[in-house]
Design a protein around this ligand. Structure first.
Ligand code: SAH
Ligand code: SF4
Length: 373
């Protein structure tokens, strides 16, 4: 099988080209076609000699995902559903101008990317795990979600322009990444890290490590491993329960890595990386939204200097959970703040497009004939 060209580092590509007797600048030309112009064919790489293009095509796979649906309006949250080479469906969500959600400076556009097809962790409230786990995404499948959205954006901008664009490469759209789409990123650790390094590299995606937030359901050993990596990625822990009984009811992973173990791994992350930690906390009516829950959460967050993002639950068809009334969410937030914890409450319209990751795929799987065989 040919290697995917989007899964290779500059050094790896350079080695191939050097073995063919090509000068180093050819590698940079190739990378510019991939990461700045987002081309989808070898023939589009017009400044590479024809023979080199043929050789590249023989050696590498230039596969990109097919866009199945795009939902959302201009300047609002946009959801993308992609079909991969084997027919699997995954989602990415583009979120514009998000003000400092994970502690980074206010940004322009954040892309939420998937790391697996389905999810094996089976959190009781989540659409992504309903259909089980299918497979890990490869590094190029993770990278290509970013490039495909950039390509979509550039095509839209070109259509909107009255004059042909004078600039050879369109301006980048995506400044921040959140690894919060379908799947448990730290269960696909090696592919995730390879992809994030390609997206972080100045010759690749050019997205700063501090602008990349990895969200995990709490795989404590992998949190420690991530803490030992050289990059300063931000970490979000999907907590959703501040005591073991509440958390285990919602998240089976808590039985494997209970709060004490998870929080010790978070403390290790903090000692290695500084204040780069966020707790995600979905508010579910009657399950984890009491004042006692808020106080217990504050007791966990404060010593770690963790910020708390409160997310009113998004209903999932077929699941019994509901979001609390707005006043309950506001009271929960006020209690955290009174206890000295930095917290935000996502106040969104519960519209179709805001639906949690995994839902668009689920709808398509059940209305479509499903993925191509
Ligand atoms: N597996 C990782 C990342 C993907 S889930 C993790 O669990 O962190 C991304 C976030 O969406 C998690 O915080 C998850 O708990 C949350 N989420 C899942 N279903 C949701 C729903 N129906 N409403 C609100 N948030 C949801
Ligand atoms: Fe998997 Fe995250 Fe959904 Fe849990 S919340 S089932 S870990 S995607």
């Amino acid at each position: 099988m040919k290697s995917a060209v989007h899964a290779l580092t500059r050094d790896e590509l350079q080695q191939h080209l050097a073995a063919w007797g090509e000068p180093a600048f050819r590698t940079d030309q190739l990378l510019a076609w991939l990461y700045q112009h987002h081309v989808t064919s070898w023939d589009a790489m017009t400044n590479l000699p024809r023979a080199l293009r043929a050789r590249l095509a023989e050696t590498f796979d230039l596969r990109v995902p097919a866009r199945v649906t795009t939902r959302g309006a201009a300047d609002a949250t946009t959801k993308f559903l992609w079909r991969l080479a084997d027919g699997a469906l995954i989602e990415s969500v583009l979120i514009p101008a998000n003000p400092a959600l994970y502690g980074e400076p206010s940004d322009r556009h954040t892309l939420c990317v998937s790391t697996q097809v389905g999810c094996a962790y089976g959190c009781r409230f989540c659409a992504s795990g309903l259909d089980g786990w299918k497979r890990n995404l490869t590094p190029d499948e993770i990278v290509n979600q970013v490039l495909a959205v950039e390509r979509w954006h550039a095509a839209r901008a070109a259509r909107a322009a009255t004059e042909p664009s004078p600039s050879p490469a369109p301006e980048r759209l995506i400044t921040n990444l959140v690894i919060m789409g379908m799947g448990e990123p730290l269960a696909n650790y090696d592919h995730l890290l390879k992809a994030l390094r390609l997206l972080n590299a100045p010759w690749g995606g050019g997205i700063g490590a501090r602008k990349i937030t990895i969200s995990t359901s709490g795989l404590a050993p992998q949190v420690r491993r991530l803490a030992d990596e050289p990059e300063q990625f931000r970490l979000a822990i999907s907590l959703h329960g501040a005591t073991d009984p509440v958390r285990s009811r919602l998240m089976p992973v808590n039985r494997r890595y209970p709060l004490r173990e998870l929080l010790a791994a978070c403390e290790y992350y903090r000692t290695r990386k500084g204040r780069m930690l966020t707790f995600e906390y979905i508010l579910i009516a009657g399950v984890n939204d009491s004042l006692a829950d808020a106080r217990a959460l504050a007791r966990l967050a404060r010593p770690l200097g963790a910020k708390v993002n409160l997310i009113p639950y998004n209903r999932v068809e077929g699941l019994p959970w509901e979001r609390p009334a707005e006043a309950v969410c506001e009271t929960f937030l006020a209690e955290l703040e009174r206890d000295g914890v930095k917290a935000t409450l996502r106040r969104e319209k519960g519209g179709d497009i805001e639906a949690a990751c995994g839902q668009l795929r689920l709808q398509t799987l059940s209305t479509d004939a499903g993925p191509a065989p």
